[in-house]
Design a protein around this ligand. Structure first.
Ligand code: KG4
Ligand code: ZN
Length: 340
């Protein structure tokens, strides 16, 4: 069979990225230009600034991806771009560029769901991975437990009812006076603290529910910091970071393992920016080993936003006969499994 080369483009938040992927799994290039240093001073992503920076960077990032992959533009078989969920102005930059390229090069175009992209990162990392499996997708904007029944076929088992896991990390990091993004900062500091020093609440919701809720935990940590401040007691930041993190990862891991048992599959995958978290990886490794579940996660560069995962997701859509119209618009609140 002829090789299929996919150009992937991602610009849904604060990373401008383009990648060339062969047959959905082999990364020939994956260029990621992060805007983190620009947004850092505001403590979070400023949407208008993000859009402008994407516009400035997108052409060069694509050119670099083509060059690094050692291919010519004519070698591209299909162009895939994120069209949601994400920041509308940011999404439009990558999406418009991808559609313009598809039109001028007369190539098929596939609009990709960003969360489905995160799920596909594991196809790149683990060449032998095939559905069905369960994925815990935890990022700055999303927390989902997804039953991947087949390529492109998803059933959402649970989702967050308020904050995403990464969002909780970012907010607590800010409250502790640590940097942005908060996940890596808390991950690092937590290693110096005692995860059982402070008993923060674990929100399991109803029995049997696969949903998550992190707002109660977030309030509990903020209340604790306020109380200590009012009593002029110096807080042990490492203990707070470690105890907060322990409360997050215990609930995530417990529900993820339960979802695997519920569906009867033998594999659990982790995806999204929070999949880079060492405590979450360690706890899931332990729990899955004990229950004889195969546990997989992508390398750090494929956890956070990147275009290689978008190319992989777009490739599987394409070979399963699904392409998008060039009228496709950005959908900021796109749901998993929606087809536009
Ligand atoms: O997937 P991603 O790059 O963007 C979204 O689609 O949201 O995820 C970014 C999120 C941020 O909230 C960041 O704090 C979190 O992933 N993150 C981490 C770690 N590395 C990144 N959270 C916990 N531990 C980490 N090591
Ligand atoms: Zn993401």
């Amino acid at each position: 069979m002829k090789d299929i080369i996919t150009l992937g483009i991602e610009s849904s938040c604060d990373e401008t990225s383009a990648a060339v992927v062969k047959n959905g799994r082999e990364v020939l290039s994956n260029i990621i230009l992060s805007q983190i240093d620009i947004h850092k001073k505001f403590g979070g992503v400023v949407p208008e600034v993000a859009s402008r920076k994407h516009v400035e960077a997108i052409s060069n990032v694509i050119e670099e991806a083509i060059e690094k992959a050692g291919i010519k533009y004519e070698d591209i078989d299909v162009i895939a771009s994120t069209y949601g969920p994400g920041l509308v102005g940011a999404l439009l930059v990558g999406l418009s560029t991808a559609k313009a390229m598809a039109l001028s090069m007369k190539k098929p175009f596939v609009g990709v769901n960003h969360i489905e992209g995160h799920i596909s990162a594991n196809y790149i990392e683990h060449k032998e991975l095939c559905p069905p499996f369960v994925t815990l997708v935890v990022s700055g904007g999303h927390s989902h437990l997804v039953y991947v029944k087949d390529y492109g076929k998803y059933e959402i088992l649970g989702r967050t009812r308020d904050d995403a896991a990464g969002e909780a990390y970012d907010k607590i990091s800010r409250a502790l006076g640590l940097g942005y993004p908060g996940g890596p900062e808390i991950d690092r500091l937590a290693k110096e603290g005692n995860p059982f020093a402070i008993d923060f609440p674990r929100s399991y919701l109803e029995e049997d529910s696969f949903d998550f809720s992190f707002s109660g935990l977030k309030s509990a940590v903020l209340n604790y910091l306020n109380k200590m401040n009012m009593q002029s007691i110096e807080v042990n930041k490492a203990d707070v970071a470690a105890s907060f993190q322990q409360a997050v990862v215990e609930v995530l891991a417990e529900k993820a393992v339960r979802a695997v048992k519920h569906t009867g599959v033998d594999t659990l995958c982790l995806a999204g920016g929070v999949a880079a978290n060492t405590a979450l990886r360690d706890l899931l490794t332990k729990k899955c080993t004990k229950r004889e579940i195969r546990f997989l996660y992508p390398s750090n560069v494929l956890c956070t936003d990147n275009a290689a995962m978008i190319a992989s997701s777009g490739y599987y859509d394409y070979i399963n006969g699904y392409t998008s119209s060039l009228n496709l618009n950005a959908v900021p609140s796109l749901k998993i499994g929606d087809r536009k």
